[in-house]
Design a protein around this ligand. Structure first.
Ligand SMILES: [Zn+2]
Length: 620
């Protein structure tokens, strides 16, 4: 007989019951780790001994669930199918390679469709890595909503970042969004993305991410004075002539007239310079950093080791979290009035009723500067009134036209077309005309959110499912014991059950729609992806040993004195690596580079012996 204290540890006494498994799944969805879940169970049952299973049983149950009859890819597609039950706008498509492995997967839901229809004029996308077990790049399509918050339009997992994958993805995205083209697309400077954007979104203005450009400028040019001016050209609210003047002067000052990167950047100025982009609607979006911030936030919900199914589940959870925050922002904008801060009370109050809280704050900044504007002249034309507007202490003047009949304003600075908010010149004219309302045509008005257009087909929450399952199981047990007593009953019940099962299965397939493709076509899991910068080739321990030995032999042959051999070799290796990384060379190819490296080693006063310097020379 086993001691009562250890009886619970024997295999026959341990089992994760159906109800426990549901509870475990529900806790994992909220981001709890397995040890925490186990502690929660111990807390519920009073002691660890009385839980009924051990921590490793939870791991086993989760693993068993993951591989329940289907591959991970199939399981992930099935999950998307179940989402369709509560959201008819759910859309997904996948592609497989020659080995029937899942290659690319794109999905978006009903809310994303709605968001893209309203806020899809500006589209940003960027790839991130390592958010799943297969290390496949994750591409998130995002934009900015009326609260100036990031909104997700769709998502994809790609097997690689090739041009073909991006073409497949963007075409699918366009198809999912019923062909609605974005007016502006912002990406990092990746060449593959750039050519794909011009193919799939021919009418869109392609903007390069400012953050990536600044990083490139630092790496390629690196002169502080030039970088400051470059930053001004990128971020400053300049006019075209101001840009040209600053650019020409700074290039001439630093003698960069023939610098290839600078020549290339100037040729591409229409994809990054604020002054040249003006008039194209970007909703204030200048970098893909929103995509990157999104990725960082995603890290709180998704761990790198998740398989596809788990990834999708947690990503869905993250989207729900984001939409909840938007709801809170909607509520805050709809109820409560902001305090009036300027002397132009009427127009400020009007703005508070038209704009969301975040956009209103932006408008108020413009309103505060309106006193700097003065109307120089007024000219009445046949269709509109033209105002010549000048700013305090500035030589330049701008033209603002007002079409009285349509109540539409436009300004020659084109800032409204870029940001969707009236510019300072227009606000100056509004004040001059004693107007209390903001004209139509601004793109950031409050957008009441329509409920998700997905029709709910009887969504069953976890808790309800658990109790229904338990009740059904009780009935079935009795049915089995009763029907097996007489052969006649057994045959009768079995036939009826088979019929019921088939009809339920058909009904289920119908509800899931395309998801059942997954159960007909066998799909294998994707291979672990390799991408740019995913790390070096794995070096075997044998190779490492050989390398150290080789360096060691050289050292010994040059100088027989031993100067703490291993540490010297390591220091050498580190020095070589840093030197190569700094110059971006894989191996030294010519004599001048070797000489430079040698010089660096000699001047590097970190205690290397002359033997070390010589070895460094030979090694490089
Ligand atoms: Zn203006």
């Amino acid at each position: 007989m086993l001691d009562a204290r250890v009886r619970g540890l024997s295999r026959s006494h341990r089992a994760v019951k159906e109800g426990d498994l549901h509870q475990i799944n529900s806790m994992r969805k909220s981001g709890l780790r397995v040890p925490t879940i186990f502690r929660a169970f111990a807390n519920q049952s009073g002691r660890f001994e009385t839980v009924g299973f051990e921590i490793k049983d939870i791991y086993n149950a989760i693993e068993k669930q993951r591989w329940a009859g289907v591959t991970n890819a199939e399981s992930a597609l099935k999950f998307l199918g179940t989402l369709r039950m509560t959201d008819s706008g759910m859309f997904w498509k996948y592609s497989v390679d020659v080995d029937k492995r899942l290659e690319n997967l794109f999905w978006c839901n009903g809310t994303s469709h709605y968001d893209y229809n309203v806020f899809g004029d500006v589209l940003g996308f960027d790839a991130t890595y390592g958010r799943n077990k297969y290390k496949c790049p994750l591409v998130i399509f995002s934009g900015v909503d009326h609260h100036m918050r990031t909104v997700v339009f769709g998502c994809a997992i790609l097997s690689n970042e090739s041009e073909a994958s991006y073409v497949w993805l963007l075409r699918l995205f366009l198809k999912a969004m019923k062909g609605k083209q974005s007016k502006s697309v912002i990406t990092d400077g990746d060449l593959a993305m750039k050519s794909v954007v011009s193919t799939v979104f021919p009418g869109a203005h392609h903007r390069l991410c400012i953050w990536h450009l600044l990083r490139n400028a630092t790496a390629r040019v690196g002169r502080h004075g030039f970088l400051r001016k470059f930053h001004l050209c990128l971020m400053g609210d300049l006019e075209v002539d101001e840009f040209e003047r600053i650019w020409t002067e700074s290039v001439a000052d630093h003698g960069f007239e023939d610098h290839p990167w600078i020549v290339e950047m100037y040729a591409k100025k229409h994809s990054w310079s604020n002054a040249h982009i003006r008039g194209k609607f970007f909703a204030g979006l200048k970098t893909t950093s929103r995509c990157e911030a999104l990725n960082m936030q995603l890290g709180k919900f998704i761990h790198n080791g998740y398989n596809l199914r788990e990834f999708l589940e947690h990503f869905q959870h993250y989207l729900e979290f984001m939409r909840r925050r938007e709801l809170v922002a909607d509520y805050k904008s709809a109820y409560g009035e902001p305090v009036v801060k300027t002397k132009l009370e009427a127009i400020e109050q009007f703005a508070a009723t038209v704009y969301t809280r975040e956009v209103f704050e932006l408008f108020r900044e413009v309103l505060m500067l309106a006193s700097n504007v003065r109307v120089v002249s007024t000219k009445r034309m046949s269709a509109c009134v033209l105002f010549e507007v000048a700013m305090y202490c500035k030589q330049r003047s701008w033209a603002v036209s007002w079409a009285e009949e349509d109540d539409e304003f436009s300004s020659s600075c084109q800032r409204m077309e870029s940001f969707g908010l009236p510019c300072i010149h227009m606000v100056g004219v509004l004040v001059y005309l004693n107007m209390t309302a903001i004209p139509k045509g601004t793109k950031r008005a409050k957008q009441p959110r329509a409920p998700c257009d997905g029709t709910c087909v009887g969504e069953i929450p976890d808790a309800a499912y658990m109790s229904m399952h338990a009740a059904m199981l009780d009935d079935c047990r009795e049915l089995v014991s009763l029907s097996c007593r007489f052969f006649e009953d057994y045959v009768d019940v079995k036939t009826r059950l088979a019929k019921e099962r088939q009809s339920l299965r058909d009904k289920h397939h119908q509800r899931l729609g395309v998801a059942e493709e997954a159960s007909r076509v066998s799909i294998r899991d994707p291979l672990r992806a390799r991408y740019k910068g995913c790390g070096r080739r794995v070096v075997t321990s044998r190779e490492k040993f050989c390398r150290v030995q080789r360096a060691d032999t050289i050292l010994a042959s040059v100088n027989n004195r031993v100067w703490g051999r291993t540490s010297t070799v390591l220091r050498l290796a580190r020095l070589i690596k840093a030197w190569r990384q700094e110059r971006g060379v894989r191996s030294t190819t010519n004599l001048s580079e070797l000489a430079e490296l040698f010089l660096l080693a000699v001047t590097h006063r970190d205690g290397l012996s002359m033997a070390g310097y010589y070895a460094l020379y030979l090694l490089a």
